[in-house]
Design a binder for this molecule. Structure first.
Ligand code: AMP
Length: 150
Protein backbone atom coordinates (compact mmCIF):
# COMPACT_ATOMS: atom_id res chain seq x y z
CA UNK A 1 0.00 0.00 0.00
CA UNK A 2 1.29 3.47 -0.86
CA UNK A 3 2.09 6.03 1.85
CA UNK A 4 -0.37 8.91 2.21
CA UNK A 5 2.01 11.59 0.94
CA UNK A 6 2.72 9.51 -2.18
CA UNK A 7 -0.89 8.98 -3.16
CA UNK A 8 -1.93 11.35 -5.89
CA UNK A 9 -4.13 10.23 -8.76
CA UNK A 10 -2.42 12.57 -11.21
CA UNK A 11 1.15 11.50 -10.45
CA UNK A 12 1.11 7.97 -8.99
CA UNK A 13 1.82 5.37 -11.66
CA UNK A 14 -0.22 2.20 -12.08
CA UNK A 15 2.97 0.16 -11.75
CA UNK A 16 3.25 1.38 -8.14
CA UNK A 17 -0.14 -0.05 -7.22
CA UNK A 18 -0.60 -3.06 -9.49
CA UNK A 19 -0.62 -6.76 -8.55
CA UNK A 20 2.56 -8.07 -10.18
CA UNK A 21 2.21 -10.52 -13.07
CA UNK A 22 3.69 -13.45 -11.16
CA UNK A 23 0.76 -13.27 -8.72
CA UNK A 24 -1.85 -13.02 -11.48
CA UNK A 25 -3.72 -16.14 -12.65
CA UNK A 26 -4.04 -16.24 -16.45
CA UNK A 27 -4.79 -18.56 -19.37
CA UNK A 28 -3.26 -18.81 -22.82
CA UNK A 29 -5.21 -17.96 -25.96
CA UNK A 30 -4.80 -21.49 -27.36
CA UNK A 31 -6.08 -23.27 -24.22
CA UNK A 32 -9.34 -25.22 -24.58
CA UNK A 33 -12.31 -23.70 -22.75
CA UNK A 34 -12.24 -26.59 -20.31
CA UNK A 35 -8.86 -25.43 -19.00
CA UNK A 36 -10.05 -21.83 -18.69
CA UNK A 37 -13.13 -22.98 -16.75
CA UNK A 38 -10.89 -24.99 -14.44
CA UNK A 39 -8.65 -21.96 -13.75
CA UNK A 40 -11.65 -19.67 -13.15
CA UNK A 41 -13.32 -22.20 -10.85
CA UNK A 42 -10.19 -23.05 -8.84
CA UNK A 43 -9.14 -19.41 -8.37
CA UNK A 44 -12.67 -18.19 -7.68
CA UNK A 45 -12.25 -15.27 -10.09
CA UNK A 46 -14.98 -14.29 -12.54
CA UNK A 47 -12.45 -13.35 -15.20
CA UNK A 48 -8.70 -13.62 -15.84
CA UNK A 49 -6.30 -12.18 -18.43
CA UNK A 50 -5.54 -14.07 -21.65
CA UNK A 51 -1.92 -14.07 -22.83
CA UNK A 52 -0.18 -15.50 -25.88
CA UNK A 53 2.80 -17.83 -25.71
CA UNK A 54 5.15 -14.86 -25.21
CA UNK A 55 3.14 -13.25 -22.42
CA UNK A 56 1.55 -10.64 -24.67
CA UNK A 57 -1.84 -9.47 -23.41
CA UNK A 58 -4.63 -10.57 -25.77
CA UNK A 59 -7.86 -10.05 -23.83
CA UNK A 60 -9.94 -11.25 -20.89
CA UNK A 61 -12.03 -14.39 -20.49
CA UNK A 62 -14.90 -14.65 -18.03
CA UNK A 63 -17.15 -17.42 -16.75
CA UNK A 64 -20.06 -15.83 -18.61
CA UNK A 65 -18.11 -15.90 -21.92
CA UNK A 66 -17.70 -19.65 -21.44
CA UNK A 67 -21.26 -20.34 -20.36
CA UNK A 68 -22.60 -18.38 -23.34
CA UNK A 69 -20.33 -20.33 -25.71
CA UNK A 70 -21.68 -23.64 -24.37
CA UNK A 71 -25.26 -22.91 -25.37
CA UNK A 72 -26.35 -24.65 -28.58
CA UNK A 73 -29.77 -24.07 -30.11
CA UNK A 74 -31.56 -26.51 -27.81
CA UNK A 75 -29.19 -27.56 -25.06
CA UNK A 76 -25.89 -26.93 -23.34
CA UNK A 77 -23.22 -28.60 -25.49
CA UNK A 78 -20.51 -29.69 -23.06
CA UNK A 79 -18.36 -30.91 -25.95
CA UNK A 80 -17.72 -27.27 -26.84
CA UNK A 81 -15.49 -27.07 -23.75
CA UNK A 82 -13.04 -29.20 -25.68
CA UNK A 83 -13.66 -28.09 -29.26
CA UNK A 84 -13.42 -24.32 -28.65
CA UNK A 85 -10.42 -22.36 -27.44
CA UNK A 86 -10.04 -19.30 -25.25
CA UNK A 87 -9.40 -17.04 -28.25
CA UNK A 88 -12.77 -18.07 -29.76
CA UNK A 89 -14.76 -16.57 -26.91
CA UNK A 90 -12.57 -14.07 -25.01
CA UNK A 91 -13.22 -10.34 -24.96
CA UNK A 92 -10.43 -8.98 -27.17
CA UNK A 93 -11.67 -5.40 -26.68
CA UNK A 94 -10.79 -5.30 -22.98
CA UNK A 95 -8.92 -2.10 -22.10
CA UNK A 96 -5.28 -2.08 -21.09
CA UNK A 97 -3.08 0.37 -19.25
CA UNK A 98 0.62 1.05 -19.72
CA UNK A 99 2.95 0.68 -16.70
CA UNK A 100 3.68 4.41 -16.88
CA UNK A 101 0.03 5.49 -17.00
CA UNK A 102 -1.21 7.30 -13.91
CA UNK A 103 -3.94 6.23 -11.51
CA UNK A 104 -6.09 8.95 -13.05
CA UNK A 105 -6.15 6.94 -16.29
CA UNK A 106 -6.80 3.75 -14.32
CA UNK A 107 -9.73 5.42 -12.55
CA UNK A 108 -11.56 5.98 -15.85
CA UNK A 109 -11.17 2.35 -16.92
CA UNK A 110 -12.08 0.95 -13.49
CA UNK A 111 -15.52 2.54 -13.66
CA UNK A 112 -16.57 -0.10 -16.20
CA UNK A 113 -14.19 -2.97 -15.33
CA UNK A 114 -13.30 -4.35 -11.92
CA UNK A 115 -9.75 -5.01 -13.09
CA UNK A 116 -7.57 -3.83 -15.95
CA UNK A 117 -4.34 -5.36 -17.29
CA UNK A 118 -1.12 -3.38 -17.26
CA UNK A 119 1.35 -3.88 -20.12
CA UNK A 120 4.83 -2.68 -21.09
CA UNK A 121 5.95 -1.19 -24.43
CA UNK A 122 5.85 -4.66 -26.04
CA UNK A 123 2.30 -5.34 -24.80
CA UNK A 124 3.65 -7.97 -22.37
CA UNK A 125 1.44 -8.15 -19.26
CA UNK A 126 3.20 -6.77 -16.18
CA UNK A 127 0.29 -7.00 -13.77
CA UNK A 128 -3.29 -5.92 -13.09
CA UNK A 129 -4.87 -3.05 -11.26
CA UNK A 130 -8.18 -3.64 -9.50
CA UNK A 131 -11.08 -1.44 -8.52
CA UNK A 132 -10.89 -2.87 -5.00
CA UNK A 133 -7.25 -1.72 -4.56
CA UNK A 134 -8.07 1.79 -5.64
CA UNK A 135 -11.14 1.98 -3.39
CA UNK A 136 -9.16 0.65 -0.42
CA UNK A 137 -6.49 3.28 -0.98
CA UNK A 138 -9.16 5.95 -1.16
CA UNK A 139 -10.79 4.72 2.04
CA UNK A 140 -7.43 4.88 3.85
CA UNK A 141 -6.80 8.41 2.60
CA UNK A 142 -10.28 9.48 3.63
CA UNK A 143 -9.89 8.27 7.22
CA UNK A 144 -6.40 9.73 7.50
CA UNK A 145 -7.59 13.14 6.36
CA UNK A 146 -10.54 12.96 8.81
CA UNK A 147 -8.18 12.13 11.68
CA UNK A 148 -5.95 15.07 10.78
CA UNK A 149 -8.84 17.52 10.69
CA UNK A 150 -10.34 16.38 14.05
P1 AMP B 1 -10.78 -8.14 -6.50
O1 AMP B 1 -10.68 -6.67 -6.61
O2 AMP B 1 -9.66 -8.77 -5.75
O3 AMP B 1 -12.14 -8.60 -6.11
O4 AMP B 1 -10.58 -8.65 -8.01
C1 AMP B 1 -11.44 -8.22 -9.01
C2 AMP B 1 -11.23 -9.10 -10.21
O5 AMP B 1 -9.87 -8.93 -10.66
C3 AMP B 1 -11.34 -10.60 -9.92
O6 AMP B 1 -12.66 -11.06 -10.03
C4 AMP B 1 -10.49 -11.17 -11.03
O7 AMP B 1 -11.24 -11.16 -12.24
C5 AMP B 1 -9.37 -10.15 -11.13
N1 AMP B 1 -8.24 -10.54 -10.27
C6 AMP B 1 -7.93 -10.04 -9.05
N2 AMP B 1 -6.80 -10.61 -8.58
C7 AMP B 1 -6.39 -11.49 -9.52
C8 AMP B 1 -5.28 -12.39 -9.64
N3 AMP B 1 -4.36 -12.52 -8.67
N4 AMP B 1 -5.19 -13.15 -10.76
C9 AMP B 1 -6.10 -13.03 -11.75
N5 AMP B 1 -7.17 -12.19 -11.72
C10 AMP B 1 -7.31 -11.43 -10.62
Amino acid sequence: MLEAKEFDLATTLVKDMMVDAEKVAHVQNSNPLEHALLVLTKTGYNAVPVLDFHGIFEGVISKSNIIEAMFGLERIELERLDSQTVMDVMNDQAPRLHINDTLEEALHELIDYNFVCVVDDDEVMQGIITRRQLLKQYRNEYYKSRQKSS
